[in-house]
Ligand binder design. Sequence first.
Ligand code: MCA
Ligand code: AMP
Length: 495
Amino acid sequence: MPDLPFIARARLFADRIAFRTPEASHTYRELLDRSAVIAAELLGDQTDLQEARVALLVAPGFEYTASQWAIWRAGGIKLPICLSATEPEWEYALTDSQVSVVIVDEANAVKISPLCERLGVRLKVVDEIQGTSKPLPDIDVNRRAMILYTSGTTSKPKGVVTTHANIQAQIESLVQAWEWSEEDRIPMFLPLHHIHGIINIVGCAFWSGAVVEPFGRFEMNAILDRVRSDAYTLFMAVPTIYVKLIQALEAASDADRAAIVAGFKKMRLMVSGSAALPASVHQRWTALTGQELLERYGMTEIGMAISNLYRGERQPGSVGAPLPGVEVRLKAENGPVITAEDEPGEIQVRGPTVFQAYWNRPEATAETFEDGWFRTGDMAVLERGYYRIMGRLSVDIIKSGGYKLSALEIEAALLDHPFIAECAVIGLPDDTWGEAVSAAVVLKSGTLELAALREWCKGRLSVYKIPQRLKVVAELPRNAMGKVTKPAVKVLFGS
Ligand code: MCA
Ligand code: AMP
């Protein structure tokens, strides 16, 4: 059997630069060679990992991608985990997916090794892996490749399983729609445990022979320095980042602003996604830089589904039309498929980009499909051929800074606080973060200030899940059935 398609593609670009940082550049050949060595180490005496789960806790860059390719070439399933997650969050992902090995870099080894020891999971420090390659197994593209944990309407995140074929379909759709080529150069500053970074940026870049400049996080000044040197042809980010960039450009001196704007102007495409891009931010960005952002819509389970046009109209406030290979329909709740424009319905998606299953959750998987269509839980309306997202069906899903969060998961964590008797978590509109995690709580005893609650949450919840607003109330608003109503909780905050 031939190489996995992404490996065959990388061989086409062997001598080209794949990763560039101020310290070093690495070619596609180096990625191929290094991943073969790491794959041999993962295999040990085995000939095929047979879909064993291998977690990845490595900073974005050459060793991250070499490890990812190694897992796939050895026949494993990649489980990228969040670098800034807390130990309970890591523990949940590692145990739920029954991970057998964690690949970690030296910087993160000390943080996760006590947990691995406790769980009896092997730890491999990637920086220490030396040795030679060995024959690697033939991997069918229909085998499972990746698990990504995503929050939903249950308190615990679910593992979204995609096959190599799903990932390839997600990448090829975007490469075609956005005309990726080996001439492209892109900064990568989003976390590599979500598909915005994994598929849209790194996956598409390496399918196309392009150059990726990795950053540990959104290091605005370093990134803007590269922008003003015309380092990039492409830029992809979440709306919060465009809000932060607008603030930075507005605060810059005239000379600095002009130099940075010149760099943005020269890019061939700038994309926004993962959360709604307010039309005002879209328009402000165009006014500042002359660039018309291309907004698109996607989800961990389906990759990207709908996009404004690369060559054609980009409408502020709309997400565009279905991407190549993706079928989209709107469906009224318990009703017919909507064929008319201007009638809202749930977005449902079908096609080769759609994930295989939730890990070990056949019932949840079955519930989320209707006649073979994946139910996204997002409401939209079709207007003059373009979809406009209207919001989620569930108030229990919050999008903050581009991260999808479960209100129920945060509530479950807050209920462990010794003073909290009851709580309700909602997302409130926020100019920078899209939505701000906000908690209304009823106390058993004592008093509670926001600062003290935030301090208590550290180590229990990732920073972006920690409430930014707190309301202590005598009782939570309930409907006639005694159920807490979240629209009424919103009113408690005065918005
Ligand atoms: C961080 N802070 C927050 C939040 N996050 N405050 C409120 N709400 C938040 N969500 C606070 C921290 O506590 C800290 O406060 C300060 O902001 C700086 O934190 P830091 O983490 O350093 O912020 P940052 O580096 O500026 O990060 C902002 C970010 C990041 C770059 C927007 O959140 C990010 O990378 N988001 C993207 C996530 C992503 O890739 N999502 C895609 C999912 P203090 O200063 O007081 O300590 S995939 C997806 O959605 C689908 C498939 C799709 O369509 O793409
Ligand atoms: P995730 O589960 O992290 O993959 O997040 C997917 C969710 O992000 C979708 O179901 C939408 O609710 C939201 N989303 C992604 N892109 C957009 C967009 N352009 N506009 C509005 N919501 C979006």
